[in-house]
Design a binder for this molecule. Structure first.
Ligand code: GLP
Length: 234
């Protein structure tokens, strides 16, 4: 696990978008693992801009998203909607090539990823409690795609996107930690002071109390932090 500290999220987005685009240039039918949340938005913006400028096509790229809410009443709050509006609608991605965890038959998602050849590059954000995807503290390190109950802190954090906290879904389907660990390369992005504790724990003892700490056992993971997110690391 390699730590890369940059001044701000703009610099991180510039570098991570370059890494994504160079993979797409090298392997036009590569498989991307994608994340939602506010953290990857600058990176998606840079991917859109540079793909246009450099005429890089995503038409054969395939993607598997990390997670999706369950029992969500509002499509505009779904992660499918988020990905369409923040990335897919602005590049020539074929929506048939974009996948989200199913509402049932969850383990099938792992099979689908495997059959496609495995995720070449997985983008991750991180929750304040160290969760990745929706793998909250306590999740087994070898877990596959499963239903996860959201912790109170996560529901509170995610409520900023909803009109009212009561509208935040309380469960989601998420790739498991075992699913994520099978990705060939992983880039986790953390920005802002409120991620500093989670990043400190990510580099601490490997423990189910901090799900992201399992990434220490992954052979090719980059942790991109801005100065604030890295501020508690020695
Ligand atoms: C949600 C998502 C995670 C994301 C996290 C942090 O819980 N399921 O994939 O990493 O939020 O979100 P943000 O980037 O908005 O801080």
């Amino acid at each position: 696990m390699k730590l890369i500290v940059r001044k701000n999220d703009e610099q991180i987005a510039d570098e991570v978008s370059d890494l994504v685009l160079s993979l797409v240039k090298k392997n036009p039918s590569c498989i991307l693992g994608l994340a939602t949340g506010s953290t990857p938005i600058p990176t998606y913006k840079d991917i859109i801009r540079k793909a246009k400028e450099e005429k890089i096509s995503f038409k054969d790229v395939r993607s598997f998203n990390l997670d999706e809410y369950l029992n969500n009443k509002d499509f505009t709050q779904s992660y499918r909607y988020f990905m369409n509006s923040n990335l897919f609608d602005h590049i020539d991605m074929d929506k048939d090539n974009t996948h989200f965890p199913p509402e049932s038959d969850f383990a099938h998602y792992d099979d689908e990823i495997e059959k496609a050849g495995g995720v070449d590059l997985q983008i991750l954000g991180i929750g304040r409690d160290g969760h990745i995807g929706f793998n909250e503290p306590g999740t087994a390190f070898d877990s596959k795609t499963h239903v996860a109950a959201l912790k109170e802190t996560t529901i509170k954090d995610n409520s900023r996107f909803f009109k009212d906290i009561s509208l935040v879904p309380t469960s989601a389907v998420t790739m498991g930690l075992g699913t994520i660990m099978k990705s060939k390369k992983i880039i986790l992005i953390a920005t802002g002071k409120n991620k500093a504790e989670a990043i400190k724990a990510t580099f601490g003892k490997i423990s189910i109390d901090c799900p992201a700490s399992i990434l220490q056992n992954h052979p090719d993971t980059l942790i991109y932090c801005d100065e604030e997110a890295a501020s508690l690391l020695k």
